[in-house]
Design a protein around this ligand. Structure first.
Ligand code: BG6
Length: 482
């Protein structure tokens, strides 16, 4: 099956921080793929901007090298690379002075969609917003895109929102959580709201519990300073896992418009219970074949930051009261595997007798790798000898079901095109981000006040043993990672 592609309108996209890691690793390859696929029109133009004094030719050479690197997606052909390089340009600007901004103004076209991507540290958001408006680069329709981390806590997130609000309206601000751009994450909404099958069962009466797992094999790598200051709760739970939880738990929005969807997500965040400290397990990986221990990697052996966290979360509303959501995420785990598992309750009565083998129905939505869906159901084991039950998987890999030539696009491809199309559905609204911090701040403060250290776990394992107890004491088991 070949994806249908509708080209977006002509645009000027200014990528500020264009020589940085995110731009080179994610933004430019994503745009190149959209051009190759016919979605980025020939009149689409990308202007890289950064502090380095570089010529456009030098910048293009840099981007060309980045496009050659395999970032886990399908390789980009030489012809696609060449076509993309003709669409890009470069200008040196300084966020903290007026240098270069006049030149940038001269490069922008008045009659096309205009967007500024702030691919820089949040400390520079204010300066950039100010330069962009002061130099008259922003029209009322101009969009700005900002990356995570959006704040370190509620106070800093509020401050960032206030800085941006001085220069732009909420309708102009696109806060990225790249998990929302993942094809399978959007599929959660399709599975829930385009099928009659699941919705009647989607509540505490029929769902025993939900497990959300985002397991990574990588360590903190080159981001030691940022990560040691953040930890898994801030880096992953407050944003990515929170978004997954919202999409699973929210009420059906009345339509698929941005604010209808975001209103429903916000209601879920506001209904989250505070998390008790004994419902949290934090861990830190030890040394393994793939690298040093967490403490050595961040060059802070006394660090109390968690590279793993598991927590039990309750939602106080009519739909979910009594159904726990268990979340876990960590680095240097046994496998790279992200999934959402909805574990249904047992049928109220077994007509097959007390001794019948029994497994509950489970719906698993695999986000990565091998995106797909599995539904575990009970059937009769074939053959004579009585009614023996067996649980089998109705298993669907999206790649197989949709055909080999169906490439699952990188999250950034979808998100950047949505910016140009002016669709904010998959972007976080300011109040949503603040609500997520308002929930996670006390959780973090709880363990900071208690002085709790993160528990050690073996690199390549499923996390600290205590995480298993979190479910076992409720008579439940984590699904295996990988
Ligand atoms: C980022 C986190 O937002 O998401 C990283 O800062 C993490 O620590 C990454 O590795 C995971 O993203 P993905 O798309 O690889 O699951």
């Amino acid at each position: 099956m070949v994806a249908r592609v509708i080209p977006v309108d002509p645009f000027d996209l200014v990528v500020l921080g264009a020589t940085g890691d995110l731009a080179q690793r994610k933004i430019f390859p994503a745009l190149c793929r959209r051009l190759a696929d016919g979605q980025m029109p020939a009149e689409g133009r990308i202007i890289g901007a950064a502090r380095s004094a570089m010529t456009p030719a030098e910048f293009k050479a840099m981007v060309a090298e980045s496009l050659k690197v395999d970032h886990g997606a399908a390789p980009i052909s030489a012809a696609d690379r060449a076509a993309f390089l003709t669409a890009i340009d470069y200008v040196a600007v300084d966020a903290r002075s007026d240098e270069g901004w006049g030149a940038l103004a001269g490069m922008l076209r008045p009659d096309v969609t205009r967007a500024f991507y702030f691919s820089v540290a949040p400390a520079l958001f204010g300066d950039l917003a100010q330069r962009v408006t002061e130099h008259g680069l922003a029209t009322p329709e101009t969009r700005i895109v900002v990356e995570k981390p959006f704040g370190h806590d509620l106070e800093t997130a509020r401050a960032l929102n206030a800085i941006l609000a001085r220069h732009f309206t909420e309708a102009q601000i696109y806060r990225i959580d790249h998990y929302l751009g993942k094809e399978t994450v959007q599929n959660l909404m399709a599975v829930r709201f385009a099928n009659i099958l699941f919705e009647p069962l989607w509540n505490a009466r029929f769902v025993d519990h939900v497990q959300i797992t985002v397991a990574e094999t990588v360590g903190v790598g080159g981001r030691a300073e940022y990560y040691d200051h953040s930890g898994a709760m801030r880096d992953m739970v407050q944003n990515h896992l929170m978004q997954l939880l919202c999409l699973i738990a929210m009420e059906p929005p009345f339509n698929f418009e941005p604010d209808a969807v975001r209103d429903e997500k916000l209601k879920v965040i506001r209904a989250l219970d505070p998390v008790a400290q004994d419902d949290i397990v934090r861990g830190q990986y030890g040394a393994g074949p793939d690298g040093p221990s967490y403490g050595d990697e961040v060059e802070n052996p006394q660090s109390t930051t968690e590279s793993y966290i598991a927590l039990k979360v309750g939602i106080s509303n009519w739909r979910w009261k009594g159904t726990p959501f268990y979340l876990r995420t960590g680095k240097r785990l046994a496998a790279r595997a992200s999934e959402i598992a909805v574990i249904f309750r047992d049928p109220p009565h077994s007509i097959f007798g007390e001794d019948a083998e029994w497994r509950e129905n489970v719906l698993v939505i695999r986000l990565q790798p091998d995106e797909g869906m599995t539904l575990r159901v009970m059937i009769k084991e074939p053959g004579p000898g009585g009614m023996r039950l067996k649980d089998v998987a109705l298993d669907m890999s999206f790649a197989e079901a949709l055909g080999d030539d169906m490439q699952i696009p990188d999250a950034y491809e979808r998100l950047i095109m949505d910016v140009i199309r002016g669709n904010q559905t998959l972007f976080m609204r300011g109040d949503e981000v603040e609500a997520a911090w308002a929930w996670s701040d006390p959780v973090i403060a709880g363990w900071q006040d208690g002085g709790a250290r993160a528990l050690p776990y073996a690199a390549g394992s499923a996390g600290p043993a205590a995480a298993a107890d979190l479910l076992q004491r409720d008579g439940r088991l984590w699904r295996e990672i990988g």
